[in-house]
Write a protein that binds this ligand. Structure first.
Ligand code: ADP
Length: 458
């Protein structure tokens, strides 16, 4: 069974985090413009507007990248943190210093930093922001009573925000990673399930095809036995009447004609017997079988096929081949199907060559015809159930053949096909230490001798 390729669906955290950052930046900038220009325009309004505009240019570039599905300066997070520390520091400096409302931007900066980057980057950013804010106090541009206490309080708050945001982001990251992992597993399982359903459906179709074939064969067997019985009885009666009359004192001409009638009657009986033999419930026992005997049995049935007319069948059997371990009737069925297919494909005057040969521990039987061949696109579908190009075909022949041959540990292959004809090869495994047995020779020709028997069908 082939296993489907595993699906990996990694959750990309970077882009959604960047989208949040972009929004936070624009919110900060808009708030900044409102504070500087509307709420409390101070003495440094132009400088503050200029700083905010630099921030806006950066935000535009950032937004552009984000819309393109990329992250601006993604490989330099500390540089971004440094820019933000300087940017917020300058805003506070030109505004009201340590008590400027822009100091809350440090929190926003730490928040987005925690969402986007590893805890270490957030920690370094916290240090940068603490330094930026402390610088304001150190520069003395303050007129509050206890500047260092304010700095200390702000640094504690920054640390708090930084830690809380990092913990929260880690929690969300872990949850989303777990979710995406579960999602990938779910998809993998789904693919596996679909694959299994496909396999089971195919198996079901194949067993159904086998059942259909077996049903047909059973029905055919019953029908043939019935016909043989119905036709056989009157035939036997006619035959005995002819023999009785022939014993009378008749002239030579009538004797001769009676003998000819009797001969034809025996021929019909022989044909009936072969039909019954072929369609009797098949044996299912595996036993050592002579491949040549099976081939001859198949040929003795195939000769009645209506499309046999005008076609030559040539056999080339290797002498003294060892016997193979198979279910004899099934092997006959395989050979018969290959011969009938070859007859269907060949035009009148065509030739079908059947050969056997031993190759190491394999016994090969080849069926070569000079028919119309098989289209390249059809070649891969030959052994699938219900594949047929014939208007009256079932498409089950080769499929059943493959089943039977594979059960014996052998192979059936299309070895060649072109506009000049087709060759199928059946390879059957020989038992270890198989020797050319005289038993095989004894068995061969069984069907022929049967055909010569005088049969009474009752
Ligand atoms: P069916 O005989 O009912 O069509 P098979 O499974 O025996 O079913 O054969 C499937 C198809 O394979 C045939 O319809 C035919 O197209 C192709 N095929 C089999 N044997 C030959 C051959 N010797 N030459 C050309 N086509 C063949």
């Amino acid at each position: 069974m082939t296993t489907p390729t595993p699906i990996r669906d990694e959750f990309n955290w970077e882009l959604p985090a960047e989208a949040i950052t972009v929004r936070v930046r624009w919110f900060g900038l808009c708030m900044g413009y409102v504070l500087v220009n509307l709420v409390g325009p101070g003495t440094h309004q132009p400088e503050l507007n200029a700083i905010l505009t630099v921030g806006a240019v950066y935000a535009i570039i950032d937004t552009y990248f984000s819309l393109k599905g990329r992250v601006f300066l993604s490989r330099a997070p500390l540089f971004i943190s440094l820019m933000e520390a300087v940017f917020i520091g300058l805003l506070c400096y030109f505004d009201t210093g340590l008590e400027s409302p822009f100091r809350f931007y440090y929190f926003l900066s730490l928040l987005v930093c925690a969402i986007r980057y590893a805890p270490l980057v957030t920690f370094i950013t916290f240090v940068m922001h603490a330094a930026s804010y402390s610088t304001l106090a150190a520069m003395g541009s303050v007129d509050i009573s206890a500047p260092w206490r304010t700095v200390a309080l702000m640094v504690v708050l920054m640390g708090w925000v930084g830690w809380a945001s990092t913990a929260l982001a880690a929690l969300i990251k872990t949850a989303s990673q777990r979710l995406s992992q579960l999602n990938a597993e779910l998809k993998e399982n789904q693919a596996l399930l679909e694959h299994r359903i496909d396999e089971r459906t195919r198996e079901l179709q194949e067993s159904q095809a086998l059942l259909v074939q077996q049903e047909k064969q059973a029905a055919f067997g019953l029908l043939a036995a019935g016909i043989a019985h119905e036709v056989g009885n009157p035939l036997a009666a006619i035959s005995s009447l002819v023999q009785m009359m022939n014993r009378r004192d008749l002239d030579d001409y009538t004797h001769e004609r009676m003998r000819m009638v009797d001969e034809q009657l025996r021929r019909i009986q022989r044909t009936l017997r072969e039909l019954v033999d072929f369609s009797r419930p098949a044996t299912t026992e595996t036993a050592l079988c002579d491949v040549h005997e099976a081939l001859d049995a198949a040929l003795s049935i195939a000769k009645y096929y209506k499309r046999k007319k005008g076609k030559q069948i040539v056999t080339d059997y290797e002498n003294d081949l060892p016997r193979v371990m198979v279910v004899r009737d099934q092997l006959v069925q395989v050979f018969l199907n290959l011969i009938l297919n070859a007859m269907d494909a060949t035009p009148e005057g065509g030739t079908i060559e059947i050969a056997t040969v031993r190759r190491d521990n394999w016994l090969l039987s080849t069926f070569k015809d000079n028919g119309h061949g098989i289209e390249r696109a059809d070649q891969s579908r030959l052994f699938r159930p219900y594949f047929t190009t014939k208007s009256t075909g079932t498409g089950l022949g080769l499929f059943v053949c493959r089943r039977i041959i594979e059960q014996t540990g052998g192979r059936i292959e299309l070895t060649e096909s072109s506009v000049d004809g087709t060759t199928f090869t059946v390879s059957l495994p020989l038992l270890e230490n198989s020797v050319e047995g005289s038993d095989a020779v004894q068995q061969s020709g069984g069907v022929q001798s049967l055909a010569n028997e005088t049969l009474s069908l009752s």
